[in-house]
Design a protein. Structure first.
Length: 291
């Protein structure tokens, strides 16, 4: 990644992760509120339900070597490591604060197979064909080179393994290009959440196919997760959260004040919650050299 973007992302999560954990817990991702988005449930349960629904959707029933790309403070990594009794589960993040907290949480939970490290997802420090599950939940939107990101995920995935990728997208532009107003809306989101740009789910599917992935399937769960932002907005302005925002600094305050951008993005059909799962063909071969 470019050093400036890397520094911005690192700073964003270094300063906001403690507050997020305090208010919301260990899972730094959307919740699942039923296919129609109308189920009422505890917000942490909604986030766990999202993980379970994703595993069911992608038909993932076991995983021994897991990589969580953009692991936050280890919520998904530790959940998957425990669920599948994995031999190893590695989480990578750009934030040293997140990696340290994830290691602490692993020790607290007694999950000795989990490890966390600071690493760039566009140049991962792992050998080819290392993991039978490569999991990326809401980190792809931060990647400045979407093609290189999927190529790296493909490289480290074992033949026969599964890639499960969930990311913020914009609507498909097949029928109609983005309007200037939509572009402006997206640019406001990019600025607040340290994103270089997002693309559409059909574009991701094309990249995945060109990269060599097989059995590609995609889905749009925007309706199922959209209520999440109402709950985030409500929780951001409680006394405890407001105190935490003041301590976290301007970057986090700005993000909190801009939560409505995402809510309105979903409402107008501009923001999409995109899913992509794929496999690496069992006959695929790569050299076993670390990059």
């Amino acid at each position: 990644m470019t050093s400036t973007l890397t520094q911005k992302i690192q700073h964003f999560y270094d300063t906001s992760s403690e507050l997020w954990e305090q208010i919301w817990g260990e899972h730094m991702h959307h919740g699942y509120y039923g296919v129609d988005g109308r189920q009422t449930k505890d917000r942490r349960q909604a986030q766990i339900d999202l993980i379970e629904e994703l595993l069911q959707w992608a038909n993932i029933q076991q995983a021994k070597q897991i990589l969580d790309v953009g692991c936050g403070i280890g919520g998904s990594t530790l959940y998957l490591a425990d669920k599948f009794q994995a031999e190893s589960a590695i989480g990578i993040t750009l934030s040293p604060v997140q990696a340290k907290r994830a290691e602490e949480r692993a020790r607290e939970l007694g999950i000795t197979t989990a490890q966390f490290q600071v690493a760039d997802a566009l140049n991962m420090p792992f050998a080819d064909n290392s993991f039978d599950l490569v999991w990326s939940l809401e980190s792809g939107e931060h990647m400045p080179d979407k093609v290189k990101f999927l190529q790296e995920c493909y490289r480290v995935l074992k033949p026969g393994g599964t890639f499960l990728f969930v990311t913020w997208c914009h609507r498909s532009t097949v029928q109609q290009p983005l309007t200037p107003d939509e572009q402006h809306h997206l640019e406001s989101i990019y600025r607040v959440y340290c994103l270089p740009y997002v693309i559409s789910l059909p574009e991701y599917a094309t990249i995945a196919e060109q990269t060599g992935f097989q059995s590609i399937q995609t889905d749009d769960w925007s309706t199922a997760v959209a209520p999440f932002w109402d709950l985030v907005i409500d929780s951001a302005f409680t006394p405890a959260a407001l105190f935490g925002l003041l301590r976290s600094g301007w970057t986090t305050i700005q993000a909190a004040l801009s939560l409505g951008l995402m809510k309105r993005g979903y409402q107008r059909g501009l923001i999409k919650f995109g899913l992509l799962s794929a496999t690496k063909h069992s006959s695929s071969t790569n050299s076993q050299k670390p990059h």
